[in-house]
Design a protein around this ligand. Structure first.
Ligand code: SAM
Length: 357
């Protein structure tokens, strides 16, 4: 069954439509499609709002209010919600946070998610600080694709950006992950003007020596200027131009799982580089994502504060059909696009860690 929401549901949900919506319990595989006919097949799950780093661009230096443990979804709840999503056609799950590896018992969650029938791809995004200790369990859970956030190859700059002297730990974990056969290992670098922009070519050159997938992410202004540092993005088009002096960038043809990344490879390189450009190149037309926040809300668009509460009905005993209707409601509320630009920053300050990036 394909759920297509017809008509011009814009931001609001048609209540009568929701009442009429009947979902067959027999439905084995179903597709969640939004009013703009985008198939929603990718759910990012933030398992905690807590993080062991204080990245300049993500968390205000004064810290943030933390959710209470009872306010975040339990693993049982996450598994149930993920199972419903997969039953509605979601085939890709990414575990994120906060820092997912700081949540106790995370190793027990991963295999249970990996075993959901119909799931094609389970992956993890981490800052890598605790990765070494978890690599074996992550691999045993069937995860082979990991994204590691790493904005610099310089230990001092690492400490400046993250507030923690942790570069060596992350670098060691990347080497071990590579030796253990994780593939691809994606290194996500948020490029900040005047802070780490001089390292873009070093990261790109890593792709010539290692099979790493380097991802340059445009810094998204979150509405706060922190630690005395005004942060600015650099358009990815500028980076691409700069990198072309290091060799010609050969485009890699798109696959279904590319998402917003435009991918290239230097001739003969084992790795690749990719550009994710939320500011300068909106990818809303092909957005296939929903997000489950740590506190159990479905967030249809990263850049819109609109969220649909799933936790309250879940804890009131809603059945799976009801959960499906909530997913439908969230799909219906997915906006056509967003206006994020340096002139229109979003109000994500301090919230990325609960939403999961
Ligand atoms: N702790 C994990 C990690 O470090 O990868 C997962 C959570 S983190 C919020 C997910 C991603 O969001 C990271 O790659 C991070 O760099 C990115 N991110 C956070 N704030 C951002 C911002 N203002 N602009 C661009 N990317 C951002």
């Amino acid at each position: 069954m394909i759920y297509i929401l017809r008509g011009t549901f814009n931001q609001s949900v048609s209540k009568s439509y929701m009442k009429r919506l009947v979902i067959s319990p027999q439905t084995q595989s179903s597709h969640l499609v939004d009013p703009y006919r985008r198939k929603l097949t990718y759910l990012r799950i933030s398992v905690t709002d807590r993080c062991n780093l204080r990245c300049l661009y993500c968390i205000p230096s004064q810290g943030m209010d933390k959710l209470r443990h009872e306010d975040i979804l339990s693993y049982e709840e996450i598994i149930r919600v993920a199972g419903v999503a997969v039953n509605m056609g979601v085939n890709k799950l990414r575990i994120t946070g906060g820092e997912p590896l700081v949540r106790k018992g995370i190793d027990s969650l991963l295999p249970r998610l990996g075993n959901l029938p119909g799931l094609k791809d389970l992956s993890l995004t981490t800052n890598g600080i605790y990765l070494k200790e978890h690599l074996q369990q992550i691999k045993s859970a069937g995860i082979i694709r990991i994204n590691i956030s790493l904005d610099t190859l310089n230990p001092q700059t690492y400490e400046r950006i993250t507030g923690f002297d942790g570069f060596d730990k992350v670098w060691e974990a990347i080497g071990l992950a590579s030796d253990m056969g994780f593939s691809p290992i994606k290194l996500n670098m948020v490029v900040l003007k005047g802070i780490n922009e001089d390292e873009v070519s070093d990261f790109a050159n890593l792709s010539k020596k290692h099979p790493f997938h380097i991802r340059f992410i445009e810094y998204m202004p979150g509405g706060f200027v922190d630690q005395g540092t005004a942060l600015h993005h650099i358009p990815n088009a500028v980076l691409k131009e700069r990198l072309s002096t290091y060799g010609s960038l050969i485009p890699i043809s798109r696959t279904d799982t590319d998402g917003p990344t435009t991918r290239f490879r230097f001739e003969g390189a084992p790795g690749e580089i990719g550009f994710i450009s939320p500011l300068t190149h909106h990818f809303c037309d092909t957005c296939n994502r929903l997000r489950l926040t740590a506190e159990g809300h479905i967030r249809p668009c990263l850049f819109s504060d609109r969220e649909v509460d799933l936790k309250t009905p879940l804890r009131e005993g809603i059945d799976d059909e009801g959960l499906k209707r909530i997913f439908m409601k969230a799909a219906m509320e997915k906006p056509h696009g967003h206006r994020l630009s340096s002139a229109h920053p979003v109000t994500l300050a301090g919230k990325m860690s609960a939403i999961g990036g």
